[in-house]
Design a protein around this ligand. Structure first.
Ligand SMILES: NC(=O)c1ccc[n+]([C@@H]2O[C@H](COP(=O)([O-])OP(=O)(O)OC[C@H]3O[C@@H](n4cnc5c(N)ncnc54)[C@H](OP(=O)(O)O)[C@@H]3O)[C@@H](O)[C@H]2O)c1
Length: 255
């Protein structure tokens, strides 16, 4: 059974993995045997994250780039090509939040959230899939959605539009790439304790709303996403494509 989930011999790129959920995915995939490539925009944080994994005897390296910058993404893949590194698994995790009512939202803020949360998955996913198709080796692409892939909440319109788009981009990728042995799926985390949510976890009213709305009555932890990430990265999910799996403590299942 464990060989179904074994990732030895696989290389995984996890975007936005210097902290939060991305680091947790990287750690989980590394523990399952994968060599992991980390990414972020802050070189110091990236070095520290790579160092933590190397200190645990995992195979890890990192690249600083902005996932929304096509030229930087292509340059990283070109470097990996020169090094003979093949990316078998991609987790399109990098994301940002911007809270502002729609009536006051400038176009630049809308566009940046769409670029980092949605367009990046196209840019990175396309670069990886082109190589997977050319090699004929298949692969795994995992995009990161959210509860807002299904339902809206006031003041986070661009994030909601981006995460809704992630759900449908995942299906579009599956429609075109499944025949090449590339499974494309998404994970939709519920509310998880990370830096992105620092302002929310420390807000007593919001904290109470999360606990009241969610049948588990608590926030999720980053390590609780690892099982789903390893499953979608592994042979265990070879006939699963175009799906979004919500890891939300049952939130979306309840009224
Ligand atoms: N936490 C939750 O409750 C929750 C719920 C649903 C979905 N999600 C999704 O899960 C993902 C991770 O969330 P998180 O809470 O772990 O966020 P986080 O703690 O804010 O971490 C974000 C990560 O993304 C990197 N990043 C940000 N912008 C980037 C860019 N333009 N290019 C490359 N890397 C970038 C950051 O690194 P640098 O600082 O170095 O740039 C950091 O490593 C996001 O897609 C988020 O929307 C989170």
């Amino acid at each position: 059974m464990s060989s179904l989930f074994d990732l030895h011999g696989r290389t995984a790129l996890i975007t936005g993995s210097t902290r939060g959920l991305g680091f947790s995915y990287a750690q989980g995939l590394a523990e399952a045997g994968a060599a992991v490539i980390l990414n972020g925009t802050d070189a110091g944080r990236l070095d520290e994250a790579v160092g933590r994994l190397l200190a645990s005897d995992h195979q890890a390296c990192g690249f600083v780039f902005d996932v929304a910058d096509e030229a930087s993404v292509e340059a990283m893949f070109a470097t990996l090509d020169r090094q003979g590194v093949q990316v078998d698994i991609v987790i399109n995790n990098a994301g940002i939040q911007h809270r502002q009512p729609l009536l006051e939202l400038p176009l630049t803020n809308w566009q940046r959230v769409l670029d980092v949360n949605l367009t990046s998955a196209f840019i990175v996913g396309r670069a990886a899939a082109r190589r997977m198709v050319a090699r004929g080796s298949g692969g795994k692409i995992i995009n990161i959605g959210s509860l807002t892939s299904e339902a809206a909440r006031a003041t986070v319109a661009p994030y909601t539009a981006a995460k809704g788009g992630i759900k449908m981009l995942t299906k579009a990728m599956a429609a075109e790439w499944a025949e090449h042995g590339i499974q494309c799926n998404a994970i939709g985390p519920g509310y998880i304790h990370t830096e992105m949510n620092a302002a929310l976890t420390s807000n007593a009213e919001f904290d109470a709303w999360v606990k009241a709305s969610n049948p588990t009555r608590r926030w999720g932890r980053p390590d609780e996403l690892i099982g789903t990430a390893v499953y979608l990265s592994s042979r265990a999910s070879d006939y699963v494509s175009g799906q979004i799996i919500y890891v939300d403590g049952g939130w979306l299942a309840t009224l």
